[in-house]
Design a protein around this ligand. Structure first.
Ligand SMILES: Nc1ncnc2c1ncn2[C@@H]1O[C@H](COP(=O)(O)OP(=O)(O)OP(=O)(O)O)[C@@H](O)[C@H]1O
Ligand SMILES: [Mg+2]
Length: 199
């Protein structure tokens, strides 16, 4: 990527699109500090990302991998959702309540005691998203979140994203799903040959 100067605002739903291999996932990993740029810098609320620990970034930015299996590591669905909240020190009663509500919303309650890797592809996707959404990050970044979701589950996700932006937090989706983008995105960025274009 070259000569890029881009601000992602903590408002609305920003869609990042571009063909396979155009660098969308790489861009999202730069935004979350998983990758460090060889040139240039990334700032979060004015602070250099390299000056923050992954834990500090994680309190502000939530990231769901393109491949949800990469982030599932607990023994049960319920544990998978509550783990991050415990880690960030959420009060126990709040963790229990939030875990219950989010499992209900993403229709995972019947699998609460299941082993995450035994879920279907769409269920794993919903679980990975639910576990990050539960943390209520200021900026939520979802890499290809609609892959494997049926139309009804896409709508559930889209409606939840709208709920997030209504509470003054931001969402970035990396997606090829033009129907989903047209329905929900408030800003569109295209990535092509190392350059961004807007609109
Ligand atoms: N760790 C890496 N080391 C070297 N090259 C990489 C690495 N990760 C990705 N690439 C290359 O960088 C380019 C961009 O990859 P990236 O995964 O960001 O694309 P993408 O836009 O997310 O594609 P897709 O739509 O298939 O998910 C690709 O050509 C890929 O082969
Ligand atoms: Mg990708």
């Amino acid at each position: 990527m070259n000569d890029i100067n881009l601000s992602i605002l903590k408002e609305g739903i920003t869609a990042v699109t571009g063909s396979n291999g155009s660098g969308k996932t790489t861009f999202s990993k730069l935004l979350t500090g998983i990758l460090t740029p060889t040139k240039g810098c990334v700032k979060l609320n004015g602070q250099l990302l390299t000056s923050l620990s992954l834990a500090q970034i994680g309190r502000q930015v939530g990231y769901v991998f393109q491949n949800p299996e990469k982030q599932l590591f607990c023994e049960t669905v319920e544990e998978e959702i509550s783990f991050g909240m415990h880690n960030l020190g959420f009060p126990l009663d709040q963790v229990a309540l939030k875990t219950r509500d989010i499992m209900e919303y993403f229709e995972l309650t019947r699998y609460s005691q299941s082993f995450p890797h035994n879920l279907s592809a769409g269920e794993k996707r919903r679980l990975a998203i639910a576990a990050v959404i539960a943390l209520e990050p200021d900026l939520l970044i979802l890499d290809e979140p609609t892959t494997g979701l049926d139309p009804y589950r896409k709508k559930l996700l889209g409606d939840y994203m709208e709920r997030i932006i209504a509470s003054n937090r931001g969402v970035v989706i990396i997606s090829h799903d033009h129907k989903f983008i047209d329905r929900y995105a408030t800003r569109l960025i295209r990535l092509r040959e190392g350059q961004f274009t807007e609109g």
